[in-house]
Design a binder for this molecule. Structure first.
Ligand SMILES: N=CN[C@@H](CCC(=O)O)C(=O)O
Ligand SMILES: [Zn+2]
Length: 417
């Protein structure tokens, strides 16, 4: 659904541009007071100072919204989540509280593989209903575009099912959030392969990925490149095959140990490398050189009690950094945008302006969409967040609490508070 909308008396706060902002550019926001933003058929058609036309009938075919000086930002882009899954893993969380590590739980058959069992037991309606609930919560925190991954099927049928759920949510006429789909069949090796990882990769390349392409079910292909999961060589083989089939590339890289996944992302000119808790200096420079978006997921580091990714150093090295939540049932059962802002600014030493760019324009770039979303500029989608304050510093200051007043999707208003 797309609407005509005129927003006036806004304090517009936005990064500017149609591609990722790198390095120091990330801290440069445009702030405009007494601003008007016009949205026609869901697309921004004017951004500038109030002109008073809303008073003289010029906009009779538009909804009117008086922002009363509050901050108007681009809708947030959560560019890394796993929001379509069956079951929960609360028990696993309690084991981690007692000291067990994420990888040791995975190695003894828990972790991702236990969500795979629960997801395989779900049908389309159950998976869709649960995922739709997450989208509503995301929208209330200002998210207007989300990326979602498969990877809890690990067989042809269930991987396609997860992707069909995402397509169905994205095709919903009344959707509040656009959904971008990523194929993550290489998330773990399913039990039935008994550790025969190369054979499983062959199966993905021969039998699953072609079906994903034929049915146009995913734009990106991702891999969990990690010791004990998919090695650098196995990840390279899978991603080269994916690229040959027309997928754009993403990697879960250097999350648990410094394996070199960030370097592989640079070598393959992936769109993004994600997590990066242990990315080396050389690989950070290689990502900056190749324009690979460094997608950082501070909620996961927080939930796993791991050191945070070196966001400050990455920006200083000239990287384009994006922030995302990583919402998933295991390592990080949170899609909290407010807490993501707070952790990025407090523990990764990002400025508030940089964090805003990371959750808007650079999130859009991580999804190859910086030309159509992620900033408030003519030609982009009319996707916005209205804060309940004129001070955008509330975004990280309001720790873990929501300061979103209204989310606007393609010109349609969704009041929150
Ligand atoms: N690290 C791999 N994948 C997810 C976790 C998935 C899970 O634990 O279910 C992540 O990005 O954190
Ligand atoms: Zn992930």
């Amino acid at each position: 659904m797309a609407e005509n909308l005129i927003i006036f008396n806004a304090r517009v706060v936005t990064p500017v541009g149609f591609s990722a902002r790198r390095g120091r550019e990330m801290g440069e926001l445009c702030v405009m007071d007494n601003a008007t933003v016009e949205v026609t058929d869901g697309i921004i058609t004017y951004v500038g100072k109030n002109r008073g036309e809303e008073r003289d009938g010029y906009y009779q075919h538009y909804w009117h919204y008086n922002a009363r000086g509050k901050c108007l930002l681009p809708g947030f882009v959560d560019s890394h989540t796993h929001f379509v899954f069956g079951g929960e893993r609360a028990e696993e969380f309690s084991w981690r509280l007692k000291g067990e590590s994420y990888m040791s739980i995975m190695q003894r058959g828990g972790g991702i593989v236990s969500t795979v069992k629960a997801t395989r037991a779900c049908n389309f309606i159950r998976l869709r209903g649960k995922a739709e609930g997450f989208l509503k919560q995301m929208s209330a925190m200002g998210v207007t575009t989300v990326e979602g991954k498969s990877g809890y099927g690990l067989d042809r049928e269930t991987e396609l099912l997860q992707l069909r759920v995402m397509r169905s949510l994205n095709n919903d006429e009344h959707k509040r959030v656009d959904v971008v789909s990523t194929f993550l069949g290489a998330h773990a090796v399913p039990e039935e392969y008994g550790g025969r990882t190369d054979e499983y990769i062959d199966f993905l390349i021969r039998e699953v990925m072609p079906a994903v392409v034929q049915n146009d079910l995913a734009e990106f292909c991702d891999v969990f490149c990690e010791q004990g999961v998919f090695s650098l060589e196995q990840s390279r083989r899978l991603l080269l095959a994916a690229r040959g089939m027309g997928f754009k590339l993403k990697l879960h890289a250097d999350e648990i140990i410094p394996l070199g996944g960030a370097g592989l992302a640079a070598e393959l000119s992936a769109v993004s490398a994600d997590h990066l808790l242990h990315a080396s200096d050389a690989d950070i420079c290689a990502m900056a050189d190749k324009g690979v978006v460094a997608t950082l997921l501070p909620l996961t580091a927080f939930a796993l009690k791991e050191p945070y990714a070196r966001g400050r150093e990455m920006i200083d090295a000239g990287c384009a950094v994006a922030l995302a939540t990583d919402l998933n049932p295991g390592s990080c059962f949170s899609g909290s945008i407010p807490l993501t802002f707070a952790l990025a600014c407090i523990y990764m030493n990002m400025s508030i302006e940089e964090a805003i760019t990371a959750l808007t324009l650079n999130g859009a770039a991580a999804l190859n969409r910086a030309d159509s979303i992620g900033s408030i500029e003519v030609g982009k989608k009319g996707d916005f967040v209205v804060l309940n304050t004129d001070n955008y510093h509330f975004l990280p200051y309001c720790i873990g609490m929501n300061c979103v007043n209204t989310t606007i999707k393609e010109g349609v208003l969704y009041p929150v508070l």
